[in-house]
Design a protein around this ligand. Structure first.
Ligand code: MD3
Ligand code: FE
Length: 215
């Protein structure tokens, strides 16, 4: 959206962050408990694990996936894989509630044809962070990424097209949903080290769902 004012549809206050990027405050609030229950069911099949970067570092964020493809990182690099390398089995399916939420948020932000086939689930504990990076393992950069924040609040770092562009710091809370498309799709972004705290549903964690069209 090329419009830098707040706009309001029937129910939703939407905050444009940049051309192509929108923050839907509280879009998932009423679903938080059900979403977290579904995350627990997924993690019972595909457990959270700390992946290794191609450079050999253990990531502070624990991850799992659901969908036809899952994002994995190891000594060989980053990729989408149909199989969980820890179990040898396919990732669990994306729950219907996840799909309804992600496609609804994308449509609200101007991407009515978004059909994700991958959902990366990130789990942060206090101190965990995600350094500035681009998401570029997907095939089609005309498809947005939708992110859903649950549990403890975080500071989202939203940079520009170049790593050296100084990132904006945006506080995001339980239930906030962001849509990253258009010119913002390849922006550098990250999460500042998580502050300690306790959330009534997620305990001492922040959970982030990112929906992608991987292939
Ligand atoms: C901006 N996750 O999994 S989601 C990731 O909160 C990731 O766990 C963070 O970055 C998290 O790759 C941030 C928000 C996000 C996702 C994709 C983007 C922001 C983005 C793509 C382009 C620009
Ligand atoms: Fe990312």
């Amino acid at each position: 959206m090329a419009n830098y004012e707040l706009w309001r549809s029937d129910r939703q206050l939407t905050e444009p962050l940049a051309d192509g990027a929108a923050l839907l405050r509280g879009f998932a609030s009423k679903d938080a408990a059900n979403l977290l229950d579904a995350v627990r069911e997924i993690a019972a099949i595909a457990p959270f694990r700390h992946m290794t970067t191609p450079g050999g570092y253990r990531m502070s964020v624990a991850m799992t996936n659901c969908g036809e493809r899952g994002w994995v990182s190891d000594a060989n690099g980053y990729r989408y894989d149909a199989f969980d390398p820890e179990t040898g089995r396919r990732w669990p399916a994306i729950p219907e509630l996840f799909l309804t939420l992600a496609t609804g948020a994308a449509a609200e932000a101007g991407f009515p044809n978004f059909r994700p086939d991958a959902c990366l689930i990130n789990r942060y504990e206090p101190g965990a962070r995600l350094t500035l990076h681009q998401d570029r393992n997907e095939r089609d950069f005309t498809q947005p990424i939708v992110s859903v924040s649950l549990g403890l609040p975080a500071v989202f770092l939203f940079g520009g097209a170049r790593r050296k562009d100084r990132p904006r710091r945006i506080r995001i809370e339980n239930g906030d949903v962001a849509v990253w498309g258009g010119p913002a799709r390849l922006a550098f972004h990250g999460i500042a080290p998580l502050a300690a705290g306790s959330d009534s549903l997620a305990g001492e964690h922040r959970i982030n769902l990112t929906f992608r069209k991987a292939c």
